[in-house]
Every structure is written in structure tokens, then in C-alpha cells.
Design a binder for this molecule. Structure first.
Ligand code: CMC
Length: 428
């Protein structure tokens, strides 16, 4: 179905701009020809800009819907597993039994790191943040697989994507082991993706560690919930870096760096720190008041979202996962979880949060689950990066193969000095 053109009237000129219709969601105005007519659009932070077209993920922020390739996140979280979801993001369809076995097998057989990477880990200070280590080691993989730079070759793209999906958990787990001063634990091919990760984190050579299946399932669900989220800051960073045909490992390192920030993937770490700082249910009101006071510079971490103006569907699943994990561990009275539930209730009844449509996001409850799984706070964002790698590689691949590919090159509204003449230093 064709959509009507948009008419822009400016300075006596009438400019017609075509509109485009997606399969779901609002139409977009195609402004690509506007630059040639002397104007740019101005949209810092991409509040109203579709930076690409994509078949992978759809979000309806008003309704609180999240679909991957058309499948609602609730169904994937309940019935799928992380690697199957990664396959779906990548290939567009769910795998059949053979495809699923082959995919899982490929991932588990690429999980070991090149032995020389050990010396990279050992170059870091012991207290290096796992995200700093991950950004470096993921980027350094480009040096170990130089053939991956041939991004036009589908085979090279595919093998790089497998390597990333398979090795990032090992990088994340080893960055933690290095912090702890414990020996690196090698991946176990017979374990599931989440079990293997728990094993690499918690096992040590002196005793047997058997992952608890309920906890491994909960971690796998966290991976599914974080796997992709359309054109968020880190995914857009991956696409932007990849738009120059840079090496895929470098692109994923760029996405990892962007995710690190507290307004993005770092929020789960900050949300848990905030709950610990609140300390007691009786102090929630005080913190809610601080969050409403613009001069305080304080925000309720784990609340609000650029796209969701309704409950983040991932937060609701995460709340339920919280119940399951705490029940399994006999921690029904976990004080942080009780405080989180109360804070959510108070905030959702507060006029400020209602008016601004601020609801809990995925990071509000994920920290509590991760903590219950024995995962230290410093690893929270690393786990987000591990899971988001599935989305990043799918989005990167989609961008590379899209017809009419162009390097990302935004323009600007220049507000600096006009031309002036250089004065030698003694005349200034
Ligand atoms: N607590 C208090 N006020 C808030 C909060 C919050 N968490 N979030 C937004 N606001 C207010 C904000 O002050 C602004 O008020 P006003 O219109 O009066 O200036 C209004 O709500 C809109 O906020 P914004 O910063 O313009 O919205 P944004 O879309 O640019 O930012 C956000 C979205 C997620 C960065 C922001 O809500 C935030 O900082 N939240 C806390 C950090 C967080 O939880 N981040 C995780 C996001 S979900 C995981 C991910 O995708 O990475």
C-alpha cells in the first residue's frame, strides 16, 4: 500500500518527501533527499529518527510489546532457549531439530580462546573492571582472526559470528576469574550455554561444581531477555562501526564499550547499588522524592525507557524469574527483592512517574536475580554484553548484506566561530 507524501514548506519552497510503511509501527518520512535541497534534519539522540530498516526486532513502547522476528518475548522466554533465540535473530526463522543441534554444536565447539590470549588477560591490573577487559579482548580477537576482515565473504562473516557468540562467555568468565585471582576454567562442551557459563564462573580445579538446572534456566532466560532490543545505543554503535566495513570483532568491541554506560547496560549494576543504598523500606519515600527533584541529579535506576512508555515486558518476566530463583534458593525473604517490589509499587502510584510514564525496565529486577545466582555486581554489565552479542551480530550481518549500503555519516548544526584569521602566539 502506498503512503502519502509529506509536504515541507520552508522559505517559500515546497519540498515533497515520500513516506515509507513498515510491517508494524508508525510510517516514516524519507528525508534522504533533503540534504541535496539545502536542509538537514536535526535530531540529537535520535528521538524521532529511524536510522535503518530492519526485520529483526519490533517494539511497541506504548503497548509494552517486544517481538523477535514476530515472536513475542514472553513465548521465547517461556518456551525457547538462548541459543535458539540467537539462531532466530540471526536466520529469521526458528531452527528445526537438526538445525538446532548443528547450531548448538558449532557454538560449543568454538568456545575456547586462542591460548595466546591468556597473556592478554595477564597484562591487566587484578582489579580491572570486567567490561574494560571485555572491550579489549573482544577487539583483540581481530588480531587472532585477520581473515575476518573480509566482511564481503559470507563464510568469514558466519565463522566470526559463531566465534563471537561462543567465545564472549569465556572472555566474560575469565575476566572475573582474573579479578578473583583464580585459575581460568575451560569451557565444557557437554554443558548447555548457561550451565557452561556458570561453571566457568564458579568452578575451581579443587572441587566439583555442578550447575543447578533451575538457576541455569533462570540465567538462560536473562540471556534471552537481553538478546536484542532493536536500534538501542550499543546496537546502533555496532551498526555505525560496521558501516565502514570494519572488522566484526572491532565492531562488537565498540558495542560493548557503549553498553558499559550507566544509562544503558550499566543500569543493572546501578539499580542494585541504589537498592543497597536505600537500605530499608522506610527510606523509599525519601529516594522517590530525590528522583523527582531535578536539582538532585538522582534518578531511580532501573526505571524509565526511551521507547517503553508502559511496563517493559522484560521487567515483568524478570520479576517472575526473581520469585522462581529466590524460591529455589529458599530466599523468600530477600530484603532487596522486598524493597524492589515496594519501590515499584510506590513509584507506580506516584503522580510524577505516572505522568512521565516511567515504569521499571529490565534492569530493575535482573540485578537481584544475578546476585542470587552468586554473580558479583561487577559482572552484571558483562552478562548483558554476553547476551546482547546475539543481537549485535544479527544486526551487524543484516546491515552488511542490506542493498544500497552506505557508511553512516550524520551531519550537524554548526554553532561555532565563523571564519577568523590565525594570530601568532606573541600577538594573542
Ligand atoms: N528517575 C527519575 N526521573 C526520570 C527517570 C528516572 N529513572 N527517567 C526519566 N526521568 C524523567 C527525566 O528527568 C525527564 O523529566 P523531564 O521531562 O521533566 O525533563 C523525563 O523523565 C524523560 O526522561 P529523559 O531522560 O528525557 O528520557 P530518555 O528517553 O532520554 O532516557 C533513560 C531514558 C532510560 C536513559 C532514562 O529513563 C534513565 O536515565 N533511566 C535510568 C537509567 C536506566 O534504568 N537505564 C536502563 C535502560 S533499559 C536497559 C537498556 O536498554 O540499556
Amino acid at each position: 500500500m502506498s503512503t502519502p507524501n509529506a509536504i515541507l514548506q520552508i522559505d517559500g519552497q515546497t519540498i515533497e518527501l515520500p513516506t515509507m510503511q513498515g510491517s508494524l509501527g508508525p510510517d516514516v518520512i524519507d528525508t534522504r533527499t533533503l540534504g541535496g535541497q539545502g536542509y538537514f534534519t536535526y535530531d540529537p539522540g535520535f528521538l524521532s529518527t529511524a536510522s535503518c530498516s530492519s526485520n529483526i526486532t519490533y517494539i511497541d513502547g506504548d503497548e509494552g510489546l517486544l517481538y523477535h522476528r514476530g515472536y513475542p518475548i514472553e513465548q521465547l522466554a517461556e518456551q525457547s532457549d538462548f541459543l535458539e533465540t540467537a539462531y532466530l535473530l540471526w536466520h529469521g526463522e526458528l531452527p528445526n531439530g537438526d538445525q538446532k543441534r548443528d547450531f548448538d554444536n558449532m557454538v560449543s565447539h568454538h568456545s575456547m580462546l586462542h591460548d595466546q590470549m591468556l597473556s592478554l588477560f595477564k597484562g591487566f591490573r587484578r582489579d580491572a573492571h570486567p567490561m574494560a577487559v571485555m572491550v579489549s579482548i573482544i577487539g583483540a580477537m581481530a588480531a587472532f582472526y585477520p581473515e575476518s576482515a573480509d566482511v564481503d565473504d559470507p563464510h568469514q562473516r558466519e565463522i566470526s559470528m559463531f566465534r563471537l557468540l561462543a567465545k564472549v562467555p569465556t572472555v566474560a568468565a575469565w575476566s572475573y576469574k582474573y579479578n578473583k585471582g583464580e585459575p581460568f576454567i575451560y569451557p565444557q562442551n557437554h554443558m548447555s550455554y548457561a550451565e557452561n557459563f556458570l561453571h566457568m564462573l564458579h568452578a575451581n580445579p579443587c572441587e566439583t561444581y555442578t550447575p543447578n538446572p533451575v538457576l541455569a534456566r533462570a540465567l538462560d532466560r536473562i540471556f534471552i531477555l537481553h538478546a536484542d532490543h532493536e536500534q538501542n545505543a550499543s546496537t546502533s554503535t555496532v551498526r555505525m562501526a560496521g558501516s565502514s566495513y570494519a572488522n566484526p570483532f572491532a565492531c562488537i568491541a565498540a558495542g560493548t564499550a557503549c553498553l558499559w554506560g550507566p544509562l544503558h547496560g550499566g543500569a543493572n549494576e546501578s539499580a542494585l547499588a541504589m537498592l543497597a543504598e536505600i537500605g530499608d523500606v522506610s527510606r523509599i519515600g525519601e529516594f522517590v522524592d530525590r528522583a523527582k527533584d531535578k536539582t538532585s541529579g538522582f534518578r531511580l535506576m532501573g526505571f524509565g525507557h526511551r521507547v517503553y512508555k508502559n511496563m517493559d515486558p522484560r521487567a515483568a518476566i524478570m520479576r517472575q524469574t526473581c520469585h522462581e530463583v529466590l524460591d529455589e534458593l529458599g530466599l523468600h525473604d530477600d530484603p532487596l527483592f522486598k524493597m524492589a517490589l515496594k519501590l515499584e509499587q510506590i513509584a507506580l502510584e506516584d503522580e510524577y512517574f505516572i505522568e512521565k510514564k516511567l515504569y521499571p525496565n529490565v534492569d530493575f529486577y535482573s540485578g537481584i536475580v544475578l546476585r542470587a545466582l552468586g554473580i558479583p555486581t561487577s559482572m552484571f554489565t558483562a552478562i548483558f554484553a554476553l547476551a546482547r552479542t546475539a543481537g549485535w551480530i544479527a544486526q551487524w550481518n543484516e546491515m552488511i548484506v542490506s542493498p544500497g549500503h552506505k557508511i553512516a555519516r550524520p551531519r550537524q548544526l554548526y554553532t561555532g566561530s565563523q571564519r577568523r584569521e590565525f594570530a601568532p602566539v606573541e600577538q594573542r
